[in-house]
Ligand binder design. Structure first.
Ligand SMILES: [Zn+2]
Length: 598
């Protein structure tokens, strides 16, 4: 083991169960389905007519049903992440999933029966003090009510989806997963997968990057008949679904799920468009660093020349991160320390362990865990800050009941990305040599560009294609032209779009799997930057505000939470504050380079 990865902490899963043979685990597994059945037997057919006290009892019984599998779920997931090669762990995970699905099936009557309550009575019920703790949950369960069809209609749609939408998604997945590339690099020719080809976009040689990307998209171009047909079928399916369910905008169902107003998203997207110039400014700087007149679209994530940052020991990374949180709010640092003191963090890479990093917090009364693969890079310190940010969020939200515990997608990255910014600030005082700081800053800026401008361009392209697609089948040529137009809108003349990039739209799985998912990335990232801007302006007075936002978990909509803190998500000025932070990072980057350009 290298010095950097010495003495890394491992986690202690006995906070959940003593081990796979723990009788308590078996007992908990055995209760999952019976509990769901007794909930159904007690409440099915009774919810629509229930008064507030009964409804409260039903909701709490439902919450218990939802809670029942979560201890085993956490234990099984973490055990599997710990060692995926152990067949017993795979089997446990499978068993837990099946039990949870079976239990969930017994509860499907709940939203249907809530739907049957008329609006006036429902409004009276959720205003009742007895139900105030579950008001948001009940309202969200009912939110889709105006768009739900009758039970037999819903059943037919679910059934026909299997040979419709789901079949096209599967065709896309199977086809694109089958793509293989014979590709030569650095004198070695071998067969590679799509993700190995995309990893070559980080190769130091410019011509390798371009050649790799050309080979990658050529596979998609060759299958353009199928991919264009899939694209059009999914657009048609979405349009028909909107019509059947009475939505007036292609993004409306996603806004509902994300609990955000269309106006907030429009504002966010318009402000983002207005700041595309910041991406160009960065790419002009990067072209200078790479010694080229203009970047190619295959150079965007190319590595910068310069020294590798020195390796970082885990203890050092831990100290940086805890100090970064301490400087913001001692309470945050105390929560972060708990992960080490209670052994709820697992850091060393090892065979069989899951890759990457995650934080898992599934219920307010269960321990929160963090998994890392620490290799001694500065980047790993940022990952530690990120995952502990999630950990702080899951810990602070414990005041909420389980049904309102998890934040909606646009809020899910609030504490994690905020923590990365706090770490960046802490590292600015570390006296790292300028070339290393430049590399770290550039990495941070590229992350921001990828999650704001790039995801915004995805969303705008997708939206445009859905609206144009309403007029009929869009041929591949049209989709390529639309895609290129949207790329150019962001990069202008600072990036030359290589012909191979025209086909990138057909390779983005989000467009196929989860429509209009991408704006949530923009929302999440820019929200954090805008909050960070407030922190820069307000100093320590801001910390309790962020704490309140995190403590709320999933108990309020993002708009309501922001309003409680005095921010307005429909105000362009709020979002523009986020780009002021990015501008500050660019200023710093340019000043470190000593070549400030406009
Ligand atoms: Zn995250």
């Amino acid at each position: 083991m290298s010095q950097a990865t010495d003495r890394l902490p491992t986690w202690d899963l006995t906070l959940l169960y003593d081990g796979p043979g723990d009788p308590a685990l078996e007992r908990d597994l055995d209760r999952i389905v019976p509990l769901a059945r007794s909930f159904r037997d007690a409440w099915r057919g009774r919810l629509a007519g229930a008064g507030a006290p009964d409804l409260l009892q039903a909701v709490e019984a439902y919450q218990e049903v939802v809670r029942a599998p979560l201890g085993p779920v956490a234990f099984a997931h973490l055990g599997f992440a710990d060692d995926a090669t152990d067949p017993a762990r795979v089997a446990l995970l499978q068993r837990v999933r099946e039990l949870a699905t079976a239990a969930h099936r017994e509860t499907l009557f709940l939203p249907q029966e809530l739907d049957r309550i008329d609006d006036e009575r429902f409004a009276r019920l959720v205003a009742d003090p007895a139900l105030v703790r579950y008001r948001h949950f009940l309202e969200q369960e009912r939110a889709a009510r105006p768009h739900r069809l009758s039970e037999p209609e819903e059943a037919v749609l679910t059934l026909k989806d299997l040979a419709g939408r789901a079949a096209f998604v599967q065709l896309f997945d199977q086809l694109t997963a089958s793509f293989r590339y014979r590709f030569e690099v650095d004198g070695a020719e071998r067969e590679r997968t799509g993700s190995e080809m995309l990893a070559l976009l980080k190769h130091p040689d410019r011509s390798v990057r371009r050649r790799a990307y050309e080979a990658f998209t050529a596979a998609y171009e060759r299958e353009q008949v199928v991919l264009t047909s899939v694209w059009n079928a999914l657009v048609l399916d979405h349009r028909q679904t909107l019509e059947l369910r009475g939505y007036d905008d292609p993004m409306a169902p996603v806004h509902q799920r994300n609990e955000v107003t269309p106006r907030a998203v429009e504002t966010l997207m318009a402000v983002t468009r207005d700041h595309y110039g910041l991406a160009r400014r960065y790419y002009r700087w990067k072209a200078g660093q790479l010694g080229v007149d203009r970047l190619w679209s295959t150079d965007l994530v190319a590595p910068l020349p310069g020294p590798e940052p020195p390796p970082v020991s885990f203890d050092r990374a831990r100290t940086w991160v805890v100090e970064a949180y301490e400087a913001f709010a001692p309470g945050f640092a105390a929560i972060a320390r708990g992960f080490f003191d209670e052994r709820r963090i697992d850091a060393p890479p090892r065979p069989g362990k899951s890759g990457g990093a995650f934080c898992m917090g599934v219920a307010p009364d269960l321990p929160v865990y963090v998994l890392l693969n620490f290799t001694g890079k500065v980047r790993d310190a940022a990952t530690l800050a990120h995952e502990l940010g999630h950990g702080i969020h899951f810990t602070l939200a414990r005041a909420q009941p389980l049904l309102e515990y998890s934040p909606v997608l646009p809020l899910a990255e609030t504490a994690s990305v905020f923590g990365e910014l706090l770490l960046a600030r802490r590292l600015a005082d570390e006296g790292l040599e300028p070339a290393v700081r430049r590399g770290l800053l550039a990495e941070r800026i590229e992350d921001i560009i990828a999650t704001t401008f790039r995801q915004n361009l995805y969303t705008e392209f997708e939206y445009r294609a859905h609206r144009e697609g309403a007029g009929g089948y869009l041929p591949a040529e049209r989709l390529c032209a639309l895609w290129t137009e949207h790329l150019d809108a962001v990069y202008g003349d600072t990036v030359e779009t290589v012909p191979a990039s025209r086909w990138a739209w057909s390779a983005i799985p989000h467009f196929v799997h989860t429509r209009f998912y991408c704006y949530a990335y923009v929302f999440g990232e820019l929200l954090v930057l805008a909050l960070y801007r407030r922190y820069q302006e307000e100093g320590s007075a801001f910390a309790p505000k962020l704490r309140r936002l995190l403590e709320a978990g999933g108990s309020r909509t993002p708009g309501d939470l922001a309003a409680e803190l005095g921010f307005d998500l429909e105000d362009p000025g709020f979002w523009a504050g986020g780009y002021a932070v990015l501008e500050g990072l660019l200023d710093e980057l340019e000043s470190l380079t000593g070549a400030k350009e406009g």
